[in-house]
Design a protein around this ligand. Structure first.
Ligand SMILES: Cc1ncc(C[n+]2csc(CCOP(=O)(O)OP(=O)(O)O)c2C)c(N)n1
Ligand SMILES: [Mg+2]
Length: 621
């Protein structure tokens, strides 16, 4: 047998350079490179191997391990999961910093390969710097905390374990039904140990991404249900975009006259002005989709996790006879809400259903009622985004102005705060990749790191990162990486003095404001209700090397956005928002429990309203 003598780290790096994915005849390298922050737990292992391999696997050095996993996740989301990054960290804090990123990737079904350093397999120098020292077992390190947030987890004690472990890691990463974070923990001594690896391990390996179909019986049953439905609705999730099923969905909806609503991950799958696109559904959804959902007798979910925001915490479907179908490549998602599961690829399954519906001579529904609902919704959006002369800017108007400045192929990026809900309602995408909101984990701090990943995946597009002051303060340092690597972002930083959306959730739940604003401690009350803490965000951004603008009016924001287009480095437009006007709900509901007992009457009222909301929740068995 032909063998190559390599260290474990060298073998991993070499292996990553020859992994490819192929779908629909398109072939690409799976790993676009490796992100990493070195410490004693990886610099002499993976670090040495990366240095030696050179251009074959480009190395990127971010500022924070959590952020680098976000960047990898955003990149792979843009690439429809066909390409991603590996991420290396040292032992201890460098590793645990990646756990939030791992959870985000797994929740959003996005493939990222994490290679945390680990304490010595030989245990000789233990306890080493940053070691946990778990008393019940010597077999546990901080890296075991990755287990629940990983779709595959392994620890390499002996070099030859790689021969079985790496292909399994790749199988999970490239399987759309199973994908998420994959963690292979690498004890620091083992990384440097050599072995005669079989040469065949380093030959080009192509992982074919297939388009599996549900079984015929399920397709037949689904087609019959669709054929018989009087008031059907499609919910399009992120899986439709990953499957590149936009055209298939467009033809399907148009041919059979079925309105399409969208989730956060699915938004953009059809252009906002498509005649059958009824816009966002659910707790943060719009009028048109939520009204249709309420009355629908058949809901066809495609590529969605059917999470609480989408189903209005299971109150969205009120027709007592409603039936659900769910097309999903993942069995768990396909089975949610008691749906008839159509376990398969979105595009292939939509096409297969279309064939059957044609054979069944399915009637074409009239678009007029949909057009009417859509016009009402579009008018509501127009009203919200329209700046008013002489009045302070609102967040919805900021969204409208950024949207107006952006081109059809540009991308808006966001993740947490009040912005995602407003974007879901108000942003008007024209292309399936134009809207990138991470709302599976809704992780503060994803925005700028994620924006970098989006830009790396699509350098030709302008990337507009919309970020609140809270998220910015949590994690903005990848601005430095974006400048270091020459990936320009336009960051629109909306400052409303703190965690406004949570404050709103709190006050709407009957509580006085408490602990959500950025205020000094008040010695009299011993609470954080003193004067506002002022942060000079523009100077902060400039100090990191970004170009900084401040815009307080619509005209200034338009000018800043225009200037930002010709900037070549990351540009931060700081927009302080005085107006606390927020977008109202449009018949959606979100289950957030309210205290059952309290001396405060507003809490008791809110609890009563909450109980009324809960009464609309339905079981789907
Ligand atoms: C990492 C993380 N911590 C906490 C939360 C809970 N959370 C959601 S939104 C939010 C406030 C965000 O503040 P900001 O970015 O200023 O947006 P705003 O609410 O003001 O629109 C918080 C604390 C979260 N989603 N992610
Ligand atoms: Mg804020």
């Amino acid at each position: 047998m032909n063998t190559i003598r390599l260290t474990v780290a060298q073998a991993i790096v070499k292996y990553l350079t020859v992994q490819y994915t192929e779908r629909d005849g398109e072939l690409q390298r799976f790993f676009a490179g490796m992100f990493g922050i070195f410490g004693h737990g990886n610099v002499t292992g993976i670090g040495q191997a990366l240095e030696e391999v050179g251009d074959d696997l480009t190395f990127y050095r971010p500022q924070n391990e959590q952020a680098m996993v976000h960047t990898a996740a955003a990149y792979t989301k843009m690439k429809n999961r066909l390409q991603t990054f590996a991420c290396t960290s040292s032992v201890g804090p460098g590793a645990t910093n990646m756990i939030t990123g791992a959870a985000l990737a797994t929740v959003n079904r996005l493939p990222v390969l994490l290679l945390p350093g680990d304490t010595f397999a030989n245990r000789v120098p233990h306890p080493v710097l940053q070691q946990l020292e778990y008393t019940l077992s010597q077999d546990v390190s901080v890296n075991d905390a990755f287990r629940p947030v990983s779709k595959f987890w392994d620890r390499i004690y002996r070099p030859e374990q790689l021969i079985a472990s790496l292909p399994e890691a790749m199988r999970v990463l490239t399987n759309p039904a199973e994908t998420g974070a994959v963690t292979v923990a690498l004890p620091e001594d083992v990384q440097t140990e050599a072995f005669d690896f079989p040469a065949s391990m380093f030959e080009k390996r192509v992982w074919k991404i297939r388009r599996p179909l549900p079984v015929d019986e399920d397709l037949d049953e689904a087609a019959a249900l669709l054929r018989g439905a009087s008031y059907p609705l499609i919910i399009a999730g992120g899986g439709v975009i990953y499957s590149r099923a936009s055209d298939a969905l467009d033809s399907f909806a148009s041919e059979f006259g079925i309105p399409v609503s969208e989730t956060q991950a699915g938004k953009g799958v059809l252009p906002w002005n498509h005649p059958w696109n009824v816009g966002p559904i659910g707790a943060a959804g719009g009028l048109a989709a939520n009204r249709i959902a309420r009355d629908a007798d058949l809901v066809l979910a495609i590529g969605t996790r059917l999470a609480d925001f989408t189903t209005s915490s299971k109150t969205a479907f009120q027709n007592p006879h409603v039936e659900l179908l769910s097309i999903n490549v993942g069995s768990m998602d396909a089975h949610k809400l008691g749906a008839l599961p159509l376990v398969g690829d979105a595009r292939a399954t939509i096409d297969a259903l279309a064939c059957r519906l044609r054979a069944l001579k399915a009637p074409v529904r009239d678009v007029t009622p949909v057009t009417d609902l859509k016009s009402e919704w579009d008018a509501a959006v127009d009203d919200l985004i329209q700046p008013r002369d002489g009045e302070a800017l609102t967040q919805p108007q900021v969204i409208g102005l950024v949207n107006a400045a952006s081109g059809p192929e540009d991308v808006v990026v966001c993740a947490a705060g009040g912005m995602p809900g407003d974007l879901l309602k108000l942003w008007r995408p024209l292309s399936p990749k134009g809207y990138h909101v991470e709302y599976g984990y809704s992780c503060m701090g994803y925005e700028i790191a994620g924006g970098l990943g989006v830009k790396m995946a699509g350098p030709g597009r302008e990337v507009y990162v919309m970020v609140g002051d809270g998220s910015y303060l949590m994690l903005h340092t990848e601005i430095v990486t974006s400048i270091q690597e020459g990936y320009k972002l336009t960051i629109v930083l909306v400052d409303n003095g703190g965690f406004r959306c949570i404050r709103e959730l709190q006050t709407q739940s009957g509580s006085p404001p408490f602990g959500n604003e950025l205020r000094y401690r008040n010695e009299r009350t011993n609470r954080l209700d003193g004067p506002t803490v002022r942060v000079d965000f523009a100077r902060n951004a400039a100090s990191l090397g970004a170009k900084a603008y401040t815009a307080t009016t619509a005209a200034e924001l338009r000018d800043a956005l225009e200037s930002a287009k010709s900037e070549t480095i990351t540009t931060v437009i700081y927009v302080p928002i005085e107006s606390q006007e927020r977008v109202r709900g449009f018949e959606g509901w979100w289950d957030v429990p309210i205290a059952e007992v309290s001396d405060q009457s507003d809490i008791n009222t809110a609890r009563d309203e909450y109980e009324a909301g809960r009464a609309k929740q339905r079981w789907f068995i």
